[in-house]
Design a protein around this ligand. Sequence first.
Ligand code: RIB
Length: 321
Amino acid sequence: MSRITVLGSVNQDYVLTVARHPLPGETLLANGLQLLPGGKGANQAVAAARLGSKVAMIGCVGDDPAGDALLRQLQSAGVDTGFVMRIAGVPSGAAFVTLASDGENSIIVAAGANSYCDVAQVDRAADTIRASQVLVAQLEVPLSAVEHALEVVGGRRGHTIVVVNASPPQVLTASFLARVDVLVVNEHEARVLRGLPADGLASDPAALARGLVDLGAQSVVVTCGADGAVFGRRRPEGAGVAHVPAPRVRPVDTTGAGDAFAAALAVSLAEGRELDHAVRFAVAVGAAKTTAVGAQGPISMEHVQSLLESIADHVPPPGER
Ligand code: RIB
């Protein structure tokens, strides 16, 4: 069984269901409020465990009832929570999710205990990180902890694949990016990492992927929602990119679709698959996630299989575009 370590956030999601997103200064009445498990790290850990990997999680929760429930949720998915710390006197991370009737979401996160993830905690998990085929991290915990995890992998490059889902986005140094094997971002995040205006005009995802490879990452996957994903790889003659189309689904909740994508990518890479195969699997898993409510909503493998079959077999090799 493949082993994956996830370093990241654990949140209580407060999900407000609304007909549409509010305008600035507007008050709206929600149709409902649900409390669901979330956090990019926890979502990725749970999805990877459900997809069949042995998963260890590094993260922090508060010593509040939400922390109890979030830990139980991780454990019931089979995630090893031995490196999840309880932080006394601090609330667990909380995410306020607005979910509109078209399935689109917007999220504001109060980090709470997540901001206590530190270098010492990563050091305690060093052996587990190095024994993993894949380390996955996002940016909802302090960057210093993520940077240290990349240093811990250090000489194990090639044995432990480093996947960083740069969400929420921040500008990353070339030396950070050079330690990343696969950088996963959506188009908005890619623009921020490139130093472009986040709400700027639509950019070509292939150009975004190429630009991020040029900044230092070995491989970059740009997720494009209903348009699938574009991936690019470093090559001596310059970055080559390819597109994987998305299968058609009727989305009810896009929350956590990027997390399901990152988890599926990590599982596939941990099983020794090539990046093009891993991206195709991730596109199908991400699409399947949008048909279930909640960031950790169930994903049916039968559904994933049928979605995979509906994606064209041919993925052009990098460089065709
Ligand atoms: O990616 C979705 C997640 O972002 C939510 O579960 C929320 O907790 C925030 O971390």
